[in-house]
Design a protein around this ligand. Structure first.
Ligand code: ADP
Ligand code: MG
Length: 700
């Protein structure tokens, strides 16, 4: 049993209030006199002490010591993510080889905060402070004391260590985002807590329904584990609110709705730059495409209009951004310049940028949406919630009074914007989630302790797909070996199934290459004004079968070039992405070895490769319905209209039958990464799925 309420044995000198629901609320504390034992250089040390959370250092440690669960609510930038794990380490929670975990929903945030904390502690990243994201483990077991990781990775770790025994404390950060993995994790942690009274949980976020989170974790009935009497921590969650030091933010709305938020955002940036005093600008757009477009428009302006606009330092921010460019975001703005960061939702709460005085809010974000009726999941641009809008505005008031320009009307904000977002759990395809829970021994998925229950339609759809993939049986249990093997592979279940089937077709070598390519964002570099050269480069590798086979050609070319960056540059291929592909492929190789699967090559038998792809992706089959330059297809499953994405080598080729990897939706549904198939392969691969009009009812 852990016992290290270190800074003195008394309660901290802050006022504790028992609120009516039984939780404990801390009111803002007077400046605390406790000292931190961190090393690091002094200016960083001074910065640490200036953060709002520092005043609550003792309170955090006291609550964590005495309560199983502590909920910390505090404005973005108050120091929750970077400081609390350090306080815990300083208080001894990482002694005896145990580890303090801090989860984030986003990979980029994991890398960025881990790097920051390592810097503050004056240690090399990957030693005392490390991080793990899928396919990238930068930790040193036995040495790493503070580990940042995605919530998804932590759920995966439970497969090997169901009680997460190596962790003394798990901090579930950014809980308000309610990512699918966060929700799974919260339910699972609640279960673990019953068996491990020594485990402490911290739930932290910027805006949270602290009460509902507290109710969720409030286990009133006696713990099933042996009561350790006096030493046992209080089961009632404590709530700590860290007041921010935000300045007032003046909100400006547009008078008329804008038709093109991208252009409106660019115009607003230029207007701010012209009229407003110094201060950086943070622009919220939706994804890499529109961010790149806005960067291009703004830098174009710089060149076109000369000196005044050349003061603008325009930087994109989205996940998948190379490390070097990420670092630029955090470096102080050079004198005489104005930084303009154009970001996805990631800057809403996960990352704090210093020096922002102006926020431009498009009112949109990209979100995953799954429609169980059409069985289509894609990333769509949707209006944000009021909660998000407030968060975004708050980014402007960190260092001085700020201004937020909302590219929507006040009436829209007041009358139409929904108060809160929908948890990802309720708008996702649940296939992966179900496999993971089943692999953890939770068979009754609907009966699982969800913080918000998933939609039954989505659940039924997922079970149906899993059944047709041979991953679960008639009793909805994981099949052996396929189901259990799929659960072991940290990829989308359709990809995992494709990999396992490749064994039957003798093409595992090719298929894991394809799987590795599909795991990186894009292996092409984004094109700016060189469309023709880009298309020519692509033609050099294009395979008649489609994109997946094209990837094999590119991979072969890359190896033959000796993994040359020059070669990549010449062919418009993203060198970093290719290095990552090589790395992921090696990890998949190791995984195959662990699963006892021999990795064989089929040489040039591309029919084998396509059949293996279909074994995983038969549910994504489409038929050409309308011949035209870019023909209209319909999904076999639900007759949805879809089109081949212009980035595909099969764009305008219009094969009769195709299978796609994923969809993106803008004006239409576009299929990305497409291969041509023979329809007879579909019934061969999935007789249940394609021959019965009514799918088998599946128990769940
Ligand atoms: P919270 O989790 O409460 O939003 P953080 O712990 O992420 O706050 O950040 C606290 C402060 O640390 C920020 O206000 C910022 O000043 C600083 N900070 C965090 N990450 C970085 C970084 N990568 N570079 C420079 N400063 C950073
Ligand atoms: Mg944070």
């Amino acid at each position: 049993m852990s016992q290290f309420w270190r800074p003195g044995s008394e309660r901290p000198r802050t006022r504790l209030i028992d609120d009516d629901e039984g939780g404990v609320l801390f009111v803002p504390a007077p400046p605390s006199s406790s000292s931190s034992s961190g090393f690091g250089h002094s200016s960083l040390e001074r910065q640490r002490k200036r953060l709002p959370v520092y005043k609550h250092r003792d309170a955090v440690l006291y609550l964590v010591e005495h309560h199983s669960t502590t909920i910390v609510v505090g404005e973005t930038g108050s120091g929750k993510t970077t400081q609390i794990p350090q306080y815990l380490k300083e208080a001894g929670w990482a002694e005896g080889g145990r580890v303090i975990a801090c989860t984030q929903p986003r990979r980029l945030a994991v890398q960025s905060v881990a790097a920051r904390v390592a810097e503050e502690m004056g240690v090399k990243l990957g030693e005392e402070v490390g991080y793990t994201i899928r396919f990238e483990d930068v930790t040193n077991p036995g040495v790493t004391m503070i580990k940042f990781l995605t919530d998804g990775v932590l759920v995966r770790e439970m497969m090997d260590d169901p009680l997460l025994t190596k962790y003394s404390i798990i901090m579930v950060d950014e809980a308000h985002e309610r990512s699918l993995s966060t929700d799974m994790l919260l339910g699972l942690l609640k279960k673990i807590q019953r068996r491990r009274p020594d485990l402490r949980i911290i739930i932290s976020s910027a805006t949270i329904e602290a009460k509902s989170m507290s109710n969720f974790f409030n286990i009133r009935r006696k713990s099933l584990a042996q009561d350790a009497e006096d030493c046992a921590p209080n089961k009632q969650p404590a709530i700590l609110s860290v007041e921010g030091k935000g300045y007032a933010v003046e909100i400006h709305y547009v008078e008329e709705p804008v038709s093109d938020y991208l252009q409106a955002a660019v115009d607003t940036v230029l207007l701010i730059h012209e009229k407003e005093p110094p201060g950086d600008i943070l622009v919220f757009l939706t994804g890499q495409d529109d961010i790149d477009a806005a960067v291009k428009l703004l830098t174009g302006h710089g060149q076109q209009y000369g000196s005044h606009y050349s003061d603008l330092l325009v930087l994109p921010l989205y996940s998948g951004l190379p490390r070097g460019e990420q670092d630029l975001i955090f470096t102080p703005t050079p004198k005489g310049k104005r930084k303009v960061v154009i970001s996805t939702n990631i800057a809403e709460t996960s990352l704090t940028l210093e020096g922002v005085a102006y926020v431009v809010d498009s009112g949109f974000s990209k979100q995953r949406f799954y429609n169980p009726i059409s069985d289509i999941e894609n990333l769509v641009v949707v209006p944000i919630s009021k909660a998000s809008a407030r968060q975004r505005a708050g980014r402007a008031g960190r260092v001085q009074p700020g201004k937020c320009y909302r590219l929507y009307t006040e009436e829209y904000y007041l009358k139409e914007m929904s108060p809160e977002g929908i948890p990802e759990m309720q708008r996702s395809n649940l296939v992966s989630c179900i496999i993971q829970l089943k692999a953890l021994g939770i068979d009754n998925i609907l009966g699982f302790d969800w913080i918000a229950s998933p939609a039954p339609e989505a659940m039924i759809r997922a079970l149906e797909i899993l059944y047709s993939l041979g991953i679960i049986d008639e009793d909805a249990k994981l099949t052996s070996p396929t189901g259990f093997q799929v659960a072991e592979i940290p990829l989308d279940p359709m990809i995992s199934k494709m990999i396992l089937s490749a064994n039957d077709f003798g093409c595992t070598e090719e298929i894991i290459t394809i799987a590795a390519v599909l795991s990186v964002q894009s292996i092409w570099v984004s094109i700016r004004g060189v469309k023709k050269e880009f298309d020519e480069a692509k033609l050099r590798f294009a395979a008649a079968e489609g994109d997946h086979v094209t990837f094999l050609n590119i991979y072969r070319g890359f190896l033959q070039s000796g993994k040359s960056s020059q070669w990549c540059y010449k062919n418009f291929i993203n060198y970093h992405a290719m290095k990552k592909v090589v790395d992921i492929k090696e990890q998949l190789h190791n995984l195959m070895r662990r699963l006892g699967i021999a990795v064989k090559s089929c040489d040039r038998d591309m029919q084998a490769v396509r059949k293996a792809i279909i074994a995983g992706f038969f549910a994504h089959a489409c038929h050409l319905e309308e011949y035209s330059q870019n023909g209209m297809y319909k999904t076999i499953r639900s007759s949805q209209e879809v089109y081949i994405h212009p980035s595909s080598v099969l764009f305008r080729v219009n094969p009769k039958w195709v299978v796609y990897h994923s969809l993106v939706s803008t004006d239409k549904h576009y299929m990305r990464n497409v291969i041509a198939i023979d329809p007879s392969w579909l019934t061969e691969a999935a007789p249940h799925f394609y021959q019965l009009r009514q799918p088998n009812p599946i128990p769940y």
